[in-house]
Design a protein around this ligand. Structure first.
Ligand code: NAD
Length: 497
């Protein structure tokens, strides 16, 4: 299909009623109505009746009944589970452009980013976990003579999967695929700002696949209603990606209800360290700049703090400023645009507020203002913004901004860089550029972050764990590491002596 054809399909689809998917049925949301907006224009894309608390309970209860029936965990073979995951991957591949449009429109990310990056990766995630349905198993433990001890991996049960707005379908896939692969049932809660691609995928699944009622439920609701899921005794696990404050609330709710398992992917303030001996400094700058400002800086693991050794500092800064000034902000559907609008007005205001704070703390050297001229007049566009000579203690160096705002700080020695790098409450990712193999290993060892990138910032692969230390989260997503959090390990003793 051409882009024009899929855009007209999207316009018609957006006008259709958007419903909740509970117990295998589409039902009208009983909560408040909510406008999903296009941040490039301010236009309403779709008006949705959100779910209310009773519907959150109903979705959790449906998932619970489905889990207790064993229809998915025991009566469906592992091969059949894999077939379902592969079928979902196929639906994503066959509808890549439609899904990319629905991902781009409410988020503001470039259509090209969604087409090339986000949506194909969603299909890969389902294929990857399809391969795991019969490969994640227990072990036989070396116990005393006369006994056999072995472990089984069992599904956790009902998984409430709560996603943010920055990578909507990707985050949903990263949670749904391992949950289903391990035999769990699901209540999926996308962000109310960006539910569209997830909604469409559920429609495709409902239309094309014959799945048990209650296995997959979709709840489009706001935070307070989602909070209900996290106190529900029908829910056995919450996998949450979002802000650190909501993560804390979910942990408290778990403690005050049924001690449900919780995994958290939270915020970040990741450093990228450039030593003077970086082998190809221009390539390093290009890469780190791209990772920092792609998806308009709304990425948790992006390098928001560049720590630059003093011998290279002036050169790196001049290249960064030149690159920032050349960026074209514009309509995410346009092939000419290089940066889309921020996702929503609250996020736009938060970023602009931080820019004002930054002006009092450091030296503004690029951007620092909203880009709302001409065609961008009604959009939430912010110029790529760079602060120089940022003290390590500055708020813009310590607090997550989640937008196109970069803090740059010069340093003398590796010890200074380490101190600056590790001195925040976050620990999601960190990068190091150096030509010295010993320094690379020493830094990788001592940086206090869940993911370390040496000489190429931002490498991701489904077979490598994703997740942070400190207040960046609990547990890991991707790879085999995700599977342990969607299973319970049971130890079984057989006495045969
Ligand atoms: P958010 O915490 O406001 O919302 C995330 C999701 O939680 C949304 O679906 C929201 O509706 C829901 N929610 C809000 N209050 C809730 C409550 N009390 N109980 C249950 N659910 C609730 O975050 P956001 O603004 O959507 O996303 C931005 C944040 O996400 C940033 O802090 C960013 O760092 C983080 N993030 C982290 C990762 C990661 O992998 N570490 C990835 C993407 C985004």
């Amino acid at each position: 299909m051409t882009l024009d054809a899929d855009l007209s399909w999207a316009r018609a689809w957006l006008k259709e009623d958007k419903k909740q998917y509970i117990n295998g049925q589409w039902v009208a949301g009983a909560g408040q109505t909510w406008d999903v907006k296009n941040p490039a224009t301010g236009e309403t894309l779709s008006t949705i009746a959100l779910a209310d608390a009773a519907q959150a309970d109903a979705a959790a209860a449906a998932a619970h009944r489905c889990h207790q029936s064993d229809v998915w965990s025991r009566k469906t073979t592992r091969k059949q589970r894999a077939d379902v995951l592969n079928a979902i991957a196929r639906l994503i591949r066959e509808n890549t452009q439609k899904l990319a449009i629905l991902e781009s429109l409410p988020n503001g990310k470039l259509l090209s980013e969604a087409m090339v990056d986000d949506i194909p990766t969603c299909a890969e995630i389902f294929e990857y976990y399809a391969g795991w349905t019969d490969k994640f198993y227990g072990e036989v433990s070396p116990v005393e003579d006369g006994f056999l001890n072995f472990t089984n991996k069992e599904p956790v049960g009902v998984c409430a999967l709560i996603a943010p707005w920055n990578f909507p379908l990707y985050q949903a896939s990263l949670k749904i695929a391992p949950a289903l692969a391990m035999g769990n049932t699901v209540v999926m809660k996308p962000s109310e700002y960006t539910p569209l691609a997830t909604q469409f995928l559920f429609e495709l699944i409902d239309r094309e696949l014959d799945l048990p009622a209650g296995l997959l439920n979709l709840l489009v609701c706001d935070g307070p209603v989602a909070n209900h899921l996290t106190v529900s005794r029908d829910v056995h696990k919450v996998s949450f990606t979002g802000s650190t404050n909501v993560g804390r609330q979910i942990v408290q709710n778990s403690g005050q209800s049924n001690l449900k398992a919780v995994t958290l992917e939270l915020g970040g303030k990741s450093p990228c360290i450039f030593f003077d001996d970086t082998p190809d400094l221009d390539a390093a700058i290009d890469r780190a700049f791209t990772v920092m400002f792609s998806h308009k800086g709304e990425k948790c693991s992006e390098p928001t703090r560049f720590l630059i050794q003093k011998g290279s500092y002036d050169y790196v800064m001049s290249r960064l400023i030149e690159k920032a000034e050349a960026v074209r902000c514009g309509d995410p559907l346009s092939p000419d645009a290089q940066q889309g609008p921020q996702c929503n007005p609250a996020q736009f205001k938060r970023i602009m507020d931080y820019i004002e704070i930054g002006k009092g703390e450091a030296e503004l050297v690029a951007g620092g203002y909203a880009d709302q001229q001409g065609d961008n007049a009604n959009g939430l566009f912010i110029r790529p913004t760079i602060f120089a000579n940022v003290p390590g203690s500055a708020r813009i160096a310590q607090e997550e901004i989640f937008g196109p705002v970069l803090s740059c700080t010069p340093f003398d020695t590796a010890e200074d860089a380490l101190k600056l790098a590790n001195d925040t409450t976050y620990g999601l990712a960190a990068g190091v550029y150096t030509g010295n193999i010993n320094v690379a290993h020493q830094m990788a060892d001592r940086l206090d972050a869940g993911m370390i990138f040496v000489n190429r910032y931002g490498c991701y692969g489904l077979s490598s764990p994703f997740g942070g230390f400190k207040e960046s989260g609990w547990g890991k997503e991707m790879a085999i590491h995700s599977l342990s959090s969607y299973t319970k390990t049971k130890g079984i003793w057989i006495a045969y002596g």
